[in-house]
Design a protein around this ligand. Structure first.
Ligand SMILES: NC(=O)c1ccc[n+]([C@@H]2O[C@H](COP(=O)([O-])OP(=O)(O)OC[C@H]3O[C@@H](n4cnc5c(N)ncnc54)[C@H](O)[C@@H]3O)[C@@H](O)[C@H]2O)c1
Length: 256
C-alpha cells in the first residue's frame, strides 16, 4: 500500500470528484489523488484548462459552472453507479468591488453564487452517491476567518462556507459522512498571480506563499482515514498568518 492511500474494502479504486480542478489548488488535488490511486472526476468552467490536465491516468472531465445545478448533476452523473468516496468542493472566485462601485452588488451575487451556492449545489447533488466513510472537503479561506480592507464580498462568502461546513457536518454525521474545510492563506495560483508576491511574503511568518500542493496535502489528510474522527472543522494552512494578533508588524528576524 502506498503512503497516504486509502484502499476500499471492496477492492475497487476509490473515486474523488474535484471542482475547480483545472488550475491551482484544484489541479494539485487532481495530482495528489491520482498519486493515491483514486479515479477522478474533474469539474471546471475552464474547458481548455481541463483539457490541458496532463495526468498519467484517465480522468473524467466535466465542463461547467458550479453555480449551475446542471454542472453538479453532470458531476454525479459521471460516476455512473459508483459511490463517491471523496468530494472536494474547491471552485472559487474573488474580485470584490468597492461598496460604492456601480457593479458592487452584481459582483457580490456572482461571488456568492460560485463560492456558496456552488458548494451547496455540489453537496446536494452528491448526497445520493455519498455514504458511510465518504468525506467532503471544501476550500474555504483565511478570508473566511477574518477580514481585510477591500475584500468584503469574498470575506462574506468564505465566512459562509466555514459555517456551512459546520452545519453540513452535523447534518451528515448520522450518515457517517465527514465534512471539513481547509482555509488556505496566500497560495501561488492564478488568484494571486497579479499580486506583489515579495511584499505579501514579508507579512507571512514562514516568509513565503504556499504552494498549491501544500493545500492539497491538507485536503488529502482531511479526506483520508487518518482524519476519520475529524468533522465540522476548518484547518488553516496559512504559514502562521493567523497566529498573530495583527497589532504589531511581523519582523522576519529571529527573536525570543
Ligand atoms: N490562492 C490563494 O491564495 C487562495 C487563498 C485562500 C483560498 N483560496 C481558494 O482556493 C480555491 C481554489 O483557488 P486557486 O487559488 O486554486 O485559484 P485558481 O483561480 O487557480 O483556481 C480556481 C479554479 O476554479 C475554476 N472556477 C472558477 N469559477 C468556477 C465556476 N463558477 N465553476 C467551475 N469552476 C470554476 C477556475 O476556472 C479555476 O480552474 C478557491 O475557492 C479560492 O477561493 C485561494
Amino acid at each position: 500500500m502506498r503512503s497516504g492511500r486509502d484502499d476500499r474494502a471492496d477492492g475497487c479504486r476509490p473515486v474523488v470528484a474535484i471542482t475547480g480542478a483545472a488550475s491551482g489548488i484544484g489541479r494539485a488535488c487532481v495530482e495528489l489523488f491520482v498519486d493515491r490511486g483514486h479515479d477522478v472526476v474533474a469539474v471546471d468552467v475552464d474547458d481548455d484548462g481541463l483539457a490541458a490536465l496532463e495526468i498519467r491516468t484517465d480522468i473524467c472531465r466535466v465542463v461547467g459552472d458550479v453555480a449551475d445545478e446542471a454542472t453538479n448533476d453532470a458531476m454525479v452523473g459521471a460516476l455512473g453507479d459508483r459511490r463517491l468516496d471523496v468530494l472536494v468542493l474547491n471552485a472559487g472566485i474573488g474580485g470584490t468591488r468597492p461598496l460604492a462601485a456601480p457593479d458592487a452588488v452584481s459582483r457580490l451575487d456572482r461571488i456568492l453564487a460560485v463560492n456558496v451556492r456552488g458548494v451547496a449545489l455540489g453537496l446536494r447533488a452528491a448526497l445520493p452517491a455519498l455514504g458511510p466513510g465518504s468525506a467532503v472537503v471544501v476550500t474555504a479561506s483565511v478570508a473566511g476567518l477574518a477580514a481585510d480592507q477591500g475584500t468584503w464580498a469574498y470575506n462574506a462568502s468564505k465566512a459562509a462556507v466555514v459555517n456551512l461546513v459546520r452545519a453540513a457536518a452535523l447534518d451528515l454525521a448520522p450518515r457517517g459522512i465527514r465534512v471539513n474545510a481547509v482555509a488556505p492563506g496566500l497560495t501561488r495560483s492564478t488568484l494571486t498571480s497579479g499580486q506583489d508576491v515579495a511584499a505579501l511574503a514579508g507579512r507571512i511568518p514562514l516568509g513565503r506563499l504556499a504552494e498549491a500542493r501544500e493545500q492539497a496535502e491538507v485536503i488529502g489528510f482531511l479526506a483520508s482515514t487518518a482524519a476519520s474522527y475529524v468533522t465540522g472543522v476548518t484547518i488553516p494552512c496559512d504559514g502562521g498568518l493567523g497566529a498573530a494578533t495583527g497589532l504589531l508588524p511581523f519582523e522576519p528576524r529571529l527573536s525570543g
